[in-house]
Design a protein around this ligand. Structure first.
Ligand code: ADP
Ligand code: MG
Length: 238
C-alpha cells in the first residue's frame, strides 16, 4: 500500500519554477531518500509534503487522502530539520511532551510514551536538561524523539545530520537505520550525501533542477544510472 503518493507536483516562486512535475511514491514502512545538489528543490518538496509550502499544481496523497489543502497539523506527519528547532527554555522532556499536550493526550499516557521513546533513543539521562546543555548529537536525538512521540504515519527528515561532525554523522546514520528497522515507519529522508542515501534507503530519488532524474533502489541507481547526471552525482563506476 502507498503511504505517500505525489503526482505531477509543481512549485513556482513568482516566475521561477523550482519543481517541474515531480512524481514519487513511498510504500508503507519504506525508507525513501531524496538526494541531489543544493538548490535542486529537495527542501521545497519536503515542505510541500509537510504543508509548509503551498502546492502550485499537482497532487499529494498521504495514504489515500488528498492533502493539498490540509493544514500541517492535520497531516499525520512529523518533521526533523537540521537545525534542531527545539524550544530552548523547555527541558528535553517538556520538548517531547509539547505536541502531545497540545493534542490533549492524558498526562499518564504522555509519561509512558516519553519513557518508551527516551529508552529507544537512549536519552533518559538528559530528560531534565535544557537543549543548550546537550551536544549536537544529543540534540538531534531529542529532535527525533519529539517526532517519534507523535507516532505519525509519515516521517520527514531534512538533512538531519548535516550539522554534525563526520564521525557522529556515521554513528547517527547507524542509529537512524536501526530505529527505522525497529519502528518501520514510512520515511522521506532528504540528504545531499549519496553514501547516506545508499546506506539508509530502500529507494532513492535523485533530483536535479526541480526534476526527479531517477527513482529506483540503490543498486540500480548506482550501477545503472538513468543519465550522466545521476552517474556523476552518485559516483557510479563508468
Ligand atoms: P535544496 O533543499 O535542494 O537545496 P530548495 O528546495 O531549498 O533546494 O530550493 C530550491 C530552489 O527554490 C532554489 O533555487 C531556492 O533558491 C528556491 N527557493 C526556495 N524557497 C524559496 C522561496 N521561499 N522564495 C523564492 N525562492 C525559493
Ligand atoms: Mg535543503
Amino acid at each position: 500500500m502507498a503511504s505517500l503518493t505525489i503526482r505531477n507536483l509543481r512549485k513556482s516562486f513568482g516566475v521561477v519554477e523550482v519543481l517541474k512535475g515531480v512524481d514519487l511514491e513511498a510504500n508503507t514502512g519504506e525508507f525513501i531518500a531524496l538526494v541531489g545538489p543544493s538548490g535542486c528543490g529537495k527542501s521545497t518538496l519536503l515542505a510541500m509534503i509537510a504543508g509548509l509550502e503551498t502546492v502550485t499544481s499537482g497532487e499529494i496523497y498521504i495514504g489515500d487522502r488528498l492533502v493539498n489543502s490540509v493544514q500541517p497539523k492535520d497531516r499525520d506527519i512529523a518533521m526533523v530539520f537540521q537545525s534542531y528547532a527545539l524550544y530552548p527554555t523547555m527541558s528535553v522532556k517538556e520538548n517531547m511532551a509539547f505536541g502531545m499536550e497540545s493534542r490533549g493526550v492524558p498526562k499518564a499516557e504522555q509519561e509512558k510514551t516519553i519513557a518508551r521513546v527516551a529508552a529507544l533513543l537512549q536519552i533518559e539521562p538528559f530528560l531534565k536538561r535544557k537543549p543548550g546543555q546537550l551536544s549536537g548529537g544529543q540534540r538531534q536525538r531529542v529532535a527525533m524523539g519529539r517526532a517519534l512521540v507523535r507516532d505519525p504515519a509519515l516521517f520527514l527528515f531534512d538533512e538531519p545530520l548535516s550539522n554534525l561532525d563526520a564521525k557522529l554523522r556515521v554513528d547517527m546514520r547507524t542509529e537512524i537505520k536501526k530505529l527505522h528497522q525497529r519502528i518501520g515507519k514510512t520515511t522521506i529522508y532528504v540528504t545531499h550525501d549519496q553514501v547516506e542515501a545508499m546506506t539508509l534507503a530502500s529507494r532513492i530519488a535523485v533530483m536535479h533542477q526541480g526534476e526527479v532524474q531517477q527513482f529506483a533502489d540503490p543498486d540500480t541507481v548506482y550501477n545503472r544510472p538513468a543519465n550522466t547526471f545521476v552517474a556523476g552525482f552518485m559516483g557510479s563506476p563508468s
